[in-house]
Design a protein around this ligand. Structure first.
Ligand SMILES: [Fe+2]
Length: 389
């Protein structure tokens, strides 16, 4: 969860009338909507609408999102190359799912069209990692600008529209998390503040910059996803009619280049790269950093068996010191049950290096991941043998 924030006009206390002249049906108030997480037990925000947010005119079935998982007869490493992924659909419909389990869906997305219809994920927090592209996420919380290498964290039930600046093909990595995306508990002190020494601070998180109240009493559709089901709601007015809000639930950005890497005299384990926590998985940022300084340090990771974890790395930018053959937009999946490690030659090649310019995003899941049909189509079947030479 993000820290407490307030924007726009709110009354002095919760749950009292926020008065205005006239207003909807002359009732003289703004209409409160409490947006909660974990029932009413965890973080929440309170928003004030021009009109009640419940005025639904039509509910229609809008199909299903079918994820085709591939059947895999063997346990093996994968290298999925997405560099040549063709732009398709929009920021919602253009998502190509690659790795899935009960807790998370990881997709790549190169939208070809603008998102014209509002969208809301009713069953998942979403994280959109912006590999390329710049723009504004519009929601009832206001305008949230984003730029390359931002993680855009969008809580469950945030109705939104993403608007990209023209000129650059947007390129995205998308996580849909069944649970809530949070700052790891070990980064927080007992007072709820991010500890000194954590790889980021509150200043690195950016919420909506300004309120952008849409006062439009005309039918507006929202595509709502809950699990695989899609429903189209027609509201009697525009849902971004919020004049103010406060709380700890809102979309925000964190830029991967603001991640302060933790380094040592010898290799530090992957949890030091952890950026977000979610039930069943973590998201980590491998940011540019100094390499280990011990005179005998081995500067690439040791071979490791990820017992009880599947590990996906998405290669974003720079030279990847421990891997050969990976390129920008490659994804590797190193599953539980078998070891993986640096490629031959990379230990020696790294000896004279003092820093790495690599930027990569990692997802470690507790439950095994299934590959989708699309992931298998872009997979290099020779990758499991790439440690031989
Ligand atoms: Fe690994």
């Amino acid at each position: 969860m993000a820290s407490y924030m307030r924007l726009g006009s709110i009354p002095r206390k919760r749950h009292i009338a926020h008065r205005r002249e006239g207003g909807y049906r002359g009732e003289g108030i703004y209409y409160e909507e409490v947006v909660t997480t974990a029932g009413f037990g965890r973080a929440y925000s309170i928003c004030y609408h021009l009109r009640p947010p419940t005025r639904v005119r039509k509910v229609e079935a809008a199909g299903t999102v079918n994820i085709e998982t591939a059947s895999e007869p063997v346990l093996r490493h994968h290298h999925v190359k997405t560099k040549d992924l063709k732009p398709a659909g929009n920021v919602i419909t253009g998502r190509v799912p690659l790795f899935v389990n009960d807790d998370v869906i990881m997709s790549r997305c190169r939208p070809a069209q603008a998102q014209t219809e509002l969208y809301r994920n009713g069953a998942a927090d979403e994280v959109i990692f912006v590999h390329q592209g710049k723009g504004i996420l519009h929601s009832m919380f206001g305008l949230l600008p984003f730029k390359p290498f931002d993680y855009i964290v969008i809580p469950h039930c945030t109705t939104y529209r993403v608007e990209f600046e023209s000129g650059v093909q947007p390129d995205l990595l998308v996580f849909e998390a069944r649970g809530n995306i949070v700052v790891p508990a070990r980064y927080l002190n007992p007072d709820g503040q991010i500890r000194l020494g954590a790889p980021y601070s509150e200043r690195d998180f950016h919420g909506p910059r300004e309120i952008a109240t849409v006062d439009r009493e005309q039918d507006t559709t929202i595509l709502i996803k809950d699990e695989s089901r899609l429903t189209r709601y027609t509201l009697a007015d525009h849902p971004f009619d919020v004049v103010g809000w406060d709380g700890m639930v809102y979309p925000f950005t964190f830029n991967a280049d603001d991640f302060e890497p933790i380094t040592g005299t010898v290799h530090q384990p992957p949890p030091i790269h952890q950026t977000f926590d979610a039930p069943g998985f973590v998201i980590c940022t491998f940011a540019p950093r100094m390499l280990d300084t011990h005179p005998d340090a081995i500067k690439v990771p040791y071979a490791h068996s990820n017992v009880q974890a599947d590990e996906v790395l998405y290669y974003v930018r720079g030279h990847f010191g421990s891997r050969r053959g990976v390129e920008e937009s490659s994804l590797t999946l190193h599953p539980r049950g078998i070891p993986h490690g640096p490629h031959p030659g990379t230990i020696v090649n790294s000896r004279s290096m003092t820093r790495t310019d690599e930027l990569a995003v990692m997802m470690d899941t507790i439950k095994p991941l299934a590959l989708t049909r699309q992931a298998l189509e872009m997979d290099d079947p020779q990758y499991p043998y790439s440690w031989l030479e």
